[in-house]
Design a protein around this ligand. Sequence first.
Ligand SMILES: [Zn+2]
Length: 432
Amino acid sequence: MRILIKNAMVVDPPKATSVRDVMILDTVIEAVYDSSGASGPGNFLPEPDRVIDAQGLVLTPGLIDVHVHLREPGQEYKETIETGLKAAAKGGFTAVCPMPNTIPVNDNAQVTAFILSQAEKVKGARVYPVGAITKGSRGEDLAPMFDMVQAGVRAISDDGLPVANSRLMRRALEYCKSLQLPVLIHAEDKSLAGNGAMNEGPVATRLGIPGIPNAAETVMVTRDIELSRLTGTPVHFCHISTAESLAAIARAKEEGVKITCETAPHYFTLTDEDITEYDANYKMNPPLRSQEDQNALIEGLANGTIDMIATDHAPHHADEKDVEFDKAAFGIIGLETALPLSLALVKKGVLSLEELIVKMSKNPAKLLGINNDIAKGNAADLTLIQPEQKFVIDPASFVSKSRNTPFGGMSVQGAVIMTMVNGQIVFQGEGI
Ligand SMILES: [Zn+2]
C-alpha cells in the first residue's frame, strides 16, 4: 500500500519547515520531496493507492506522550488499553508510555508482555510500557528490571508512589545506568504532602481544603538531582508544577547534571484560583499551583528548561470524582485535549510551532531513544493537524472511557485531522 500525503507543511525540527510531499510505502516513509520540482523523486515513484491532500495542514512526526495511565490490567472500568490507545490516536499521539500502577503493578515481565499483547490487537497508538522501579511500587525491593527490559519495558518509574528510601533510589539509578533505561520521576515527599488535596495557599485556606506545599515536590526534585549527580544516571522529572522545582532543575542543567523534565497542559492552562466550586475535575497530583508558579512554568517552556509536555492522562470513573473534593481521586484525562491546549502557547507567542513539536514529539522520542525524523526509511508514524480549526471541547465526544476533565465547554483551536502509526491510518477526522 502506497499513500501520498501531498502539499503538507512539514514541521520536523531541526529541519526547516517547508511544504513537502511524503510518500509512505506500507509501514515506512519512502520519500520526502518538494513536489514543485520537476526532477524530484515524486516523478519517478509508482502511483500511490491513496492521495491525501494536505494543503494548508501541518504534518509532524507523531506526537509521543511519555506519561499516561491506561488502567489495564485491573481497572478496566476506568479505561482499557484499547480505549486509551484509541483516545491517544484521536489526540494525535502515535505512542504513549503507560505508567506501571496497574493492578497488578507492571513490575515483572508477565505484566509487560500482557500489556504489549493487548496493545497489538488495537488500531491505535503504540505502547512503550513503563516498568516499576520497586516490586509492587512498595519502595522496598528493586523490581526485576532486566527481565522487564527483555519483555519490552522502555522506561522505569514508581510514578505516584516515589521511592522514599534514598539508598534504594541510588541503587535503582545505578542499575538503570547500566541498562540505559530512562528513569521517570514523580517527585513528591509523601510525608510532607500528607492528606493535602490542593495547592497550599490562600485559595486552599478560603475553601477549607487541606493543602500540599510546593516543597513536597521540590525537596524530592532536589534529592533526585543530587542522586543523578552522584550516580551519573540521567533522570527525567514528570509533571513539574512549581517555580522552585524549575529553578533547581535549571541550575542543575547549567551545572551539567543530565536532567530532562516535563509539565502537563493543565499546569500552564489553569491555576488554583480556577478551583471555585469544589469540582474534583480540578484535582490532580501535583495540584494546580499559584499564578506565580504558572508564570514560571510558561517561562520554563519558552526558555527550554521544560523539555516536554506530557498529559498524565489519568482516567477515573465519575463515582470517584463525584464526591467531596478532599475525598475524590487525583487526576484528569488529557489525551484528547493536550494538542489544542498546547497550541494555545503558540497562539500566545510563548512557543513557535516548531518548539511545540520538539516538546510533544522530538524530545519525548529522544528520551526513549527513538529516531522519529520524517525521513526515508523511518517508520511512518505521523500526525496531520489543522492548527487553525476552532472547536469546543465536548467530553461526550471523547473516545476515552472516562470523562474527568475540567476543560469541557472550553473553546480551543487546533484539530487532529489524521494519525498514522506504522503506515496505518489509526485516526481520521473530518476534512480528508
Ligand atoms: Zn505522577
